[in-house]
Design a protein around this ligand. Sequence first.
Ligand SMILES: Nc1nc2c(ncn2[C@@H]2O[C@H](COP(=O)(O)OP(=O)(O)O)[C@@H](O)[C@H]2O)c(=O)[nH]1
Ligand SMILES: [Mg+2]
Length: 252
Amino acid sequence: MARPPTAEGQLRAEEQTAYSHLPDFVSTAKQQIRSREAERGPPGQRPKVLDLMARMGSGNIQAKLVLLGHMGTGKTSIVLRFVKGQYFDSQESTIGAAFFSQVLSLNEATVKFDIWDTAGQERYHSLAPMYYRGAAAAIVVYDISSMDSFIRAKKWVQELQRQGNPYLIMALVANKVDLEAKRKVGAEEGLQYAQENGLFFMETSAKTAENINELFYEIAKRLAKARPSRSSGMRLSSETQDRGRRLFCCSG
Ligand SMILES: Nc1nc2c(ncn2[C@@H]2O[C@H](COP(=O)(O)OP(=O)(O)O)[C@@H](O)[C@H]2O)c(=O)[nH]1
Ligand SMILES: [Mg+2]
């Protein structure tokens, strides 16, 4: 006679189902990462700046950037808006992670972002370290219309603080500000949390493009801060996009 399942047994069965597809995904992800690493050359021959970013020559910075956050908060939409100037109302869910690159020219430096856009699903959580390891910058995204996503964002921040590197530039991004009528997380709440944790904070909308360029510009500026000569100004290499108005910045 079959025994009733124990809570532990049930959990193990659920885990098995959730993780059954992971081996394939892990090998694809590892291949993706290996090919990116190969492009950067052998580790011993890479320029070392705290091993966070590789400088490609005078005034050029190559920086790995990772996006983290609950599924559906708009991570992919933020990247697509920045990289391609596109937005889709029915953006498909990311499977595993996706890679993008974009160059942003400041007056003082040219920053090439290698962007890893991760999937927000819990079942991919164990893979996240592969993407944030060695990152120079991280964008943790929540959706202003979802308190759950804000709680999840705080967990990502804690994980990055625990396991990421101490020099990581971290941005807390409150996305979907166009959904003001459905707002559940106040701007002050996000800003306060960011200030207490040494992050910089921005409210964005991938839909309207509000503060999207500003977000990446701020990160690029912080990456370039180590450089001796500095001035301000931004130029996107591919296209000029709408400049937003809302900006809550900066701490950290
Ligand atoms: N209203 C609104 N919807 C957005 C915004 N950004 C993303 N979305 C929508 O939210 C859903 C999830 O977006 P997606 O980029 O796939 O989120 P991800 O899972 O974090 O990558 C999609 O239907 C998007 O069209 C935004 O700024 N405003
Ligand atoms: Mg996505």
